[in-house]
Design a binder for this molecule. Structure first.
Ligand SMILES: *Cc1c(COP(=O)(O)O)cnc(C)c1O
Length: 452
């Protein structure tokens, strides 16, 4: 057992470079090596079980080794694992497109597949830019985004979702965008009430979009919750105002629902809370129930129609990836959508969302080093600070967030922070008992690190 572990650990340390990981720290720590999953638990090669508190990085929906999803993959394996979508079609790709449009926000009619959240966003970006070019409005080449939004790690996605922490070395590669300040009271509007902040943020969005109304192609937004920024929530009214502003100035509204999609915020899509009508929607993470890399960019018939023409007019959308619309991914996504229906996933979440909310407000918010708690559905950020009154952050070298998750790990709960913000993202099918366990453990872990 330990010999096996030591051998794998040595190989990991010799050959791997993990994403978003300071490898110097990684090599000093004992790696947790996962070998199995079962329901909402991860199991390491020593047989230890951990509750999967961030849904394997925000994408798992029904737990691991869910029979219906496993069967869908096996069934598709017996037919075909991959065949191209360039100039050919296939069964699960067609069936999934129809199902996606059925559940998607109204007005969307066309599905363009790719492989990850970042590619779904790149596709949206290129679609929006090309749309205006072929419509004869060639000046519309600018994109507006929210400050500290996160859209993925490819060049276009980084340009739109710039983060100083993540992207400082690649600034030279990025294109300029119009950046709009979201109504995040903790960071930008500390002197204001939440309502005042929303009004100020709407005024700013209106002003900046109006100033650039002839050159903007699209506004790209993570609806209701800016996830990787540290769970920055905004209210429904802000999203509705952005929708209205886009319509007023005739620019496209692109919603990046990569994290918020598939039930995460307590409705199928975040845009469903607001009743907005996006022109383009990006989906990934939960689309396959957290099983396989698949993404989709959905758009309206109006946007799609602009790309039609004679071949010689070169209106074609020349974009695609080798594994675009991978059949195994599509078959899994189809089974995932069926489970949403059959198991009433979104309805069943509601009492647990309330329970989560109650405990966060009553137990976590009063904690000595918790400055803010933000929640939309099963997306939660708990912000830790050194000094509550002044909201003074901990020095980065203290790695407070990391220490808290390591305490949780000792207690068999797996979570991952964003700096000093503790993120909770339980699988949507989490039980009452498991949710209680997650909260109890995180509470104890925060206390263990911050209160002695
Ligand atoms: C995770 C995420 C992405 C990137 O998705 P990947 O599959 O990691 O490329 C894009 N947008 C949002 C809002 C995300 O949370």
């Amino acid at each position: 057992m330990t010999l096996y572990y030591d051998n794998l650990k040595q190989l990991d340390h010799s050959y791997l470079w993990h994403p978003f990981t300071q490898m110097q720290d990684w090599i000093r720590e004992e790696p947790c090596i996962i070998s199995q999953g079962e329901g909402h638990y991860l199991i390491d090669i020593n047989g230890r079980r951990y509750f999967d508190g961030v849904s394997s990085l925000w994408c798992n929906v029904h737990g691991h080794r869910k029979k219906e999803l496993d069967d869908a993959i096996r069934g598709q394996l017996d037919r075909i694992s991959h065949s191209t979508f360039l100039g050919l079609s296939h069964v699960p790709g067609i069936e999934l497109a129809q199902k996606l449009i059925e559940v998607a926000p109204p007005g969307l009619q066309r599905v363009f597949y790719s492989d990850s959240g970042a590619t779904a966003v790149e596709v949206a970006l290129k679609m929006a830019i090309q749309y205006w070019q072929i419509k004869g409005q060639a000046k519309r080449t600018l994109i507006a985004t929210l400050a500290e939004s996160y859209h993925g790690d490819t060049i276009g996605s980084m340009s739109m979702g710039y983060s100083e922490t993540f992207h400082r070395y690649h600034k030279s590669l990025l294109f300029p965008v119009v950046r709009i300040t979201p109504p995040h009271v903790f960071r930008y509007y500390q002197e204001m009430s939440a309502d005042e902040a929303v009004n100020a943020a709407i005024d700013e969005a209106d002003k900046k979009i109006k100033e650039n109304k002839d050159t903007l192609a699209a506004l790209v937004v993570e609806p209701l919750m800016q996830g990787a920024a540290g769970m920055w929530a905004h209210p429904v009214e802000y999203l509705q105002a952005l929708d209205e502003i886009c319509r007023r100035y005739g620019i496209l509204l692109v919603l990046d629902e990569v994290a918020t999609g598939f039930g995460r915020t307590g409705k199928m899509f975040a845009s469903d809370h607001a009743g907005v009508r996006p022109d383009i929607v990006c989906l990934a993470k939960g689309i396959t129930g957290g099983y396989l890399p698949l993404a989709a960019t959905l758009t309206s018939e109006q946007v799609f129609g602009a790309f039609l023409g004679d071949y010689k007019d070169y209106k074609t959308f020349f974009h695609g990836h080798t594994y675009t619309g991978n059949p195994l991914g599509c078959a899994t996504a189809l089974a995932n959508l069926e489970l949403f229906q059959r198991e009433n996933i979104v309805d069943n979440m509601q009492p647990r969302i309330s329970y989560l909310n109650k405990r966060l407000e009553e137990e976590f918010l009063p904690m000595a080093h918790v400055s803010d708690v933000r929640q939309w559905g099963f997306m939660v950020g708990i912000e830790l600070v050194e000094e509550k009154a002044s909201r003074k952050s901990y020095p980065a070298e203290k790695r407070i967030g990391h220490k808290v998750i390591m305490e949780a790990r000792k207690r068999n709960v797996m979570i991952r922070p964003l700096a000093d913000i503790i993120i909770l993202m339980p699988p949507l099918s989490v039980t009452d008992a498991e949710l209680a366990l997650l909260l109890d453990t995180v509470y104890e872990s925060i206390r263990a690190v911050t209160e002695n």
